[in-house]
Design a protein around this ligand. Sequence first.
Ligand SMILES: Cc1cc2nc3c(=O)[nH]c(=O)nc-3n(C[C@H](O)[C@H](O)[C@H](O)COP(=O)(O)OP(=O)(O)OC[C@H]3O[C@@H](n4cnc5c(N)ncnc54)[C@H](O)[C@@H]3O)c2cc1C
Length: 401
Amino acid sequence: MPVQFDPGPAVTELVRRTEHLIQDVVLPIELAHQGSAHDASEDVRRQLQDAAREAKVFAPHVDTEFGGLGLDMRDRAPVFEAAGYSLFGPLALNCAAPDEGNMHLLEKIATSQQKERFLRPLAAGDVRSCFAMTEPVPGAGSDPSALATTAQRTSAGWLLNGRKWFITGAHNAGFAIVMARTSGEPGSRGGATMFLVDAGAPGFQHVRNIDTLDESMFGGHSELALDNIEVGHDAILGELDRGFEYAQVRLGPARTTHCMRWLGTARRAADLAAERAATRQAFGGRLGDLGMVQQLLADNEIDIEASRTLILKTCWDLDTGAPAGHITSITKTFVAEAVNRVVDRALQICGALGVSGDAALSRLYREVRPFRIYDGPSETHRWSIGRRIVRRALTRLEARP
Ligand SMILES: Cc1cc2nc3c(=O)[nH]c(=O)nc-3n(C[C@H](O)[C@H](O)[C@H](O)COP(=O)(O)OP(=O)(O)OC[C@H]3O[C@@H](n4cnc5c(N)ncnc54)[C@H](O)[C@@H]3O)c2cc1C
């Protein structure tokens, strides 16, 4: 099947409208908050999302049945990249993590009643959500099978107990998708179930906002205590004991959309560096006349173009239903590292200005670093890529006469 990457006129127009929104409305608000969502109120979120609705770019990824624009992964790529040019852009379009990944999961797995109760208000921007999987040591991290949070069956439903941390957007979220163990022991490869839990449920405790390097994600990253939370059977998302499987349904596309958004951030950093190189005078000419600076600029362009192409290839596989576990790991690893390289080079080109709060670059630098850890650290992805390579080699060798 030929690979078709051309977004077509409707999506091109959507990208143009997104770019205008980012330049005219979102970037000024982001800069007023120095890229930190910590002091941004719910009013700021509403202001951003109202502007995106007015520009007709709101919820581009959501099915039209739930008020979105119904774009597939390929068409999302340029729109999400345009939104990612500002740290607050994805929030404006309601396509920021973790809500965007949760919407995707709910569209795929939830019952129609669950969609009405959780997906519809989330897609409309009326509530926010979080995805609660990671736990403090010795619980789930890179190795999800260490899952220690439990859900015990009762006569009325389930009783949830455990501790979660680094849960993005949990502060003031409306609900959480909680991963809990319904069978097996920590270390077992199965036995996890996803539960839809109202954040107002008795026992759902927000312990603290964790102080992290990055600050641009609305609602921050929280530690949660789940203390004897009672939920009914209708809180189960999908089927019992299939939570790890559903996590993959969420993670493949969610990793790729993270790549799209952070690619926009990388492009902004590269633009800032190029403008500085074109105007800063040094050694009788411009910085951009110096060969080593040109090399940094060229390497940025190479990383950006290679990332974009890889993202589109991954989108193509996801849209056409091809097996995508391998390619999403490759893309996530490459793009997370490429984006970090680009922002690092951009900062270097801008010299002392780059590390100061006077330019956005120091904020971008802090924001992109954790992407090499969440949604699978680079090492974990390389490990699974490497294991697949060995398995394939063994299969080839065994097939030889
Ligand atoms: C900013 C941020 C936001 C996050 N948001 C969420 C969220 O919303 N919901 C949620 O559930 N979680 C979230 N997380 C948690 C994230 O998913 C975990 O940090 C990630 O899965 C890694 O787990 P860990 O931190 O426990 O690291 P560990 O599992 O302790 O791993 C530590 C390091 O060990 C190395 N390593 C791990 N596995 C391998 C391997 N197989 N081979 C070689 N080396 C390896 C890697 O270098 C890795 O960084 C977030 C994390 C961050 C930083």
